[in-house]
Design a protein around this ligand. Structure first.
Ligand code: NAD
Ligand code: TYD
Length: 339
């Protein structure tokens, strides 16, 4: 199969490219990516050496570029990771999120309709369900939970999901959707909690924890997410939504303290800062459907995954040092100075 991975120069898309190259030598993989601040060709440097891989620079929200790619490559499968993905940026400036996440997805779907496709897979998020209260640990998101978004990011992802479902129903696009909890692992851009805290701790900088650090996220090692998507595109039922998560709930402060412990750093590096606006309290996935229908279970426990992740950042300093010495400095100052 010819599989186009949009957003494959980003965190999860990049890991998915390597997952496919490792597990499916019979497939040909194309990464289609605009290379925004979050896209990094260095992430794909090993993939570039494979005869089963090709990179195309392109914007999912540019119709001419998308149609040209479909005409020339005739993909069998599209896996759409391409997105603006950071909640804090969406709170500062929502418009780009609407362009990429909604218009971009609709243009990809139009291309599937015009040129044909065997499978369109939309990589969505558990954030489309909103949040759960901290005092109800018995509650989980299922595929039937109502959409109830909090941030411009999650609203744009939910809108894209609705479009995917509409194109499936109206134009019979063979589409599937996965809604995953928070990922962590190699190649994670250092604006997100786990890589930001690892890198700040390594540089003996303060670790900015929003509010009281009691918000809960359900952490999944990125390779487990990749395995779930791979199962869905091959065995998942068209028209269906699959929740992906590993029952790995942690408060933010627990995560931060674990990182400090692994690195042997002092907890006095922690600094509680002004909370995120509209901050979602708790995310927690019920993965029963994907487990029972497709036999997916997460393989990596948080304690092992977080050690592997810290180790990766220790072994790959040049990857992140280049990032934090560039435009990232302005972003960091804007978001965290005087917070
Ligand atoms: P990321 O920000 O690390 O990467 C996004 C990639 O998309 C980058 O390579 C970027 O260059 C590319 N991109 C952005 N706009 C584009 C455009 N207009 N055209 C083409 N490429 C474009 O994001 P990520 O964390 O890897 O997330 C990937 C997907 O998974 C997103 O759709 C996100 O909503 C979803 N998701 C993420 C998480 C998580 O924990 N990170 C959890 C669940 C779902
Ligand atoms: P993040 O990695 O941005 O993912 P998401 O908002 O999609 O869950 O944030 C994870 C949690 O960590 C979230 O509750 C916000 C919190 N957080 C901090 O406390 N400090 C930070 O500097 C960042 C980036 C996040």
């Amino acid at each position: 199969m010819k599989i186009v991975v949009t957003g494959g120069a980003g965190f999860i898309g990049g890991n998915f490219v390597y997952f496919l190259l490792k597990n499916h030598a019979e497939d040909f993989i194309i990464c289609y990516d605009k290379l925004t601040y979050a896209g990094n060709l260095e992430t794909l440097s090993d993939a570039m050496k494979s005869k089963n891989f090709k990179f195309i620079k392109g914007d999912i929200a540019n119709r001419d570029e998308v149609y040209k790619m479909f005409e020339e490559e005739k993909p069998d499968v599209i896996v759409n990771f391409a997105a603006e993905s950071h909640v804090d940026r969406s709170i500062e400036d929502p418009e780009l999120f609407l362009r990429t996440n909604i218009i971009g997805t609709s243009i990809l779907l139009d291309a599937c309709k015009k040129f044909g496709i065997k499978r369109f897979h939309q990589v969505s998020t558990d954030e489309v369900y909103g949040d759960l209260p901290l005092d109800r640990p018995d509650l989980f998101f299922t595929e039937k939970t109502n959409l109830h978004t909090s941030s411009p990011y999650s609203a744009s992802k939910a809108s894209a999901d609705l479009l995917v479902q509409a194109y499936h129903r109206t134009y019979k696009i063979p589409a599937t959707i996965s809604r995953c909890s928070n990922n962590y692992g190699p190649y994670h851009f250092p604006e997100k909690l786990i890589p930001l805290m690892i890198i700040n701790a390594l540089n003996n900088k303060k670790l900015p924890v929003y509010g009281k650090g009691i918000n809960v996220r359900d952490w999944l090692y990125v390779e487990d997410h990749c395995a779930a998507i791979d199962l869905i595109i091959r065995n998942g039922k068209v028209g269906e939504i699959y929740n992906v998560g590993g029952h790995n709930e942690k408060t933010n402060i627990e995560v931060v303290k674990t990182i400090l412990k692994i690195l042997g750093k002092d907890e006095n590096l922690i600094e509680f800062v002004t909370d995120r606006k509209g901050h979602d309290q708790r995310y927690a996935i019920d993965p029963t459907k994907i487990s029972t229908e497709l036999g997916w279970t997460p393989k990596t426990k948080f304690d092992d995954g977080i050690k592997k992740t810290v180790d990766w950042y220790l072994q790959n300093k040049s990857w992140w040092e280049k990032i934090i010495s560039g435009e990232y400095k302005n972003y960091y100052a804007k978001m965290y100075d005087n917070r």
